[in-house]
Ligand binder design. Structure first.
Ligand code: DER
Length: 212
């Protein structure tokens, strides 16, 4: 089974967790991509909140009804991918430059389901940790951070500058606190275990669904 096949299997399994009438947060990335047609195929009455333009376009093209996070208030379930999944579960997200919105959607959801192919679970998190930085005072922010490297390319969905923390991750909680205290850092891609309720990992044909 290819990685793409595993992503599809994990996404289709997660689509099965969604019930009629739910308010659904949709993440961003290549694992979420097959989730969208799988959700649309179920013909449920859903209100969906997208975490990026790419997801919004794909959801609309599939016939899903989009709403804003303020429009739905809270979410019954949010489904998203991850770059790394370490015990806790601690996640690194942001490969797709949307981690700030993804964390807000995860925080607004009663249930946050992470979907992944077999390559995402890791014994411990390793750099890079994606960062969204305010454009104002960027050079000074980068100097203070020391271990941040500009990623270049597209901005975040809200116009923030994407960079990556390349320093050591001795303790994710400690690093998260440090990054949250840095002026100019809008948000980072470390997702704490308190945010994650379900992890769905496809390995070959097998689906491993753990609840936390
Ligand atoms: O950018 C993100 O946060 C994505 O969800 C990322 O964590 C997973 O992207 P992938 O499904 O394309 O690997």
């Amino acid at each position: 089974v290819t990685l793409e096949g595993e992503k599809r299997a994990a996404a289709e399994y997660a689509a099965g967790l969604v019930e009629d009438g739910m308010r659904v947060g949709l993440g961003t990335g290549t694992t979420v991509a097959p989730l969208i047609p799988a959700l649309a195929a179920r013909g449920l009455r859903l209100r969906c909140v997208a975490t990026s333009e790419a997801t919004a376009r794909a959801a609309e093209a599939a016939g899903l009804t989009l709403d804003t996070l303020d429009g739905v208030g809270e979410l019954d379930i949010a489904i998203d991918g991850a770059d790394q999944i370490a015990p806790g579960p601690w996640l690194i997200k942001g490969g797709g430059r949307a981690h700030t919105r993804e964390k807000l959607v995860a925080a607004a959801a009663a249930r946050f389901v992470v979907i992944a192919s077999h390559d995402k679970p890791v014994p411990r998190l390793t750099p890079p940790v994606p960062l969204e930085l305010l454009a104002f005072g960027l050079e000074a922010t980068l100097r203070r951070l020391e271990h941040a490297v500009l990623r270049g390319g597209a901005k975040s969905p809200d116009g923030g500058v994407i960079a990556d923390w390349t320093g050591p991750i001795d303790d994710p909680a400690q690093l998260a606190r440090r990054l949250e205290g840095e002026p100019g850092v809008v948000d980072h891609g470390l997702f704490a275990p308190t945010l994650v309720t379900d992890v769905v990992v496809a390995t070959g044909e097998a689906i491993d669904h753990t609840r936390h």
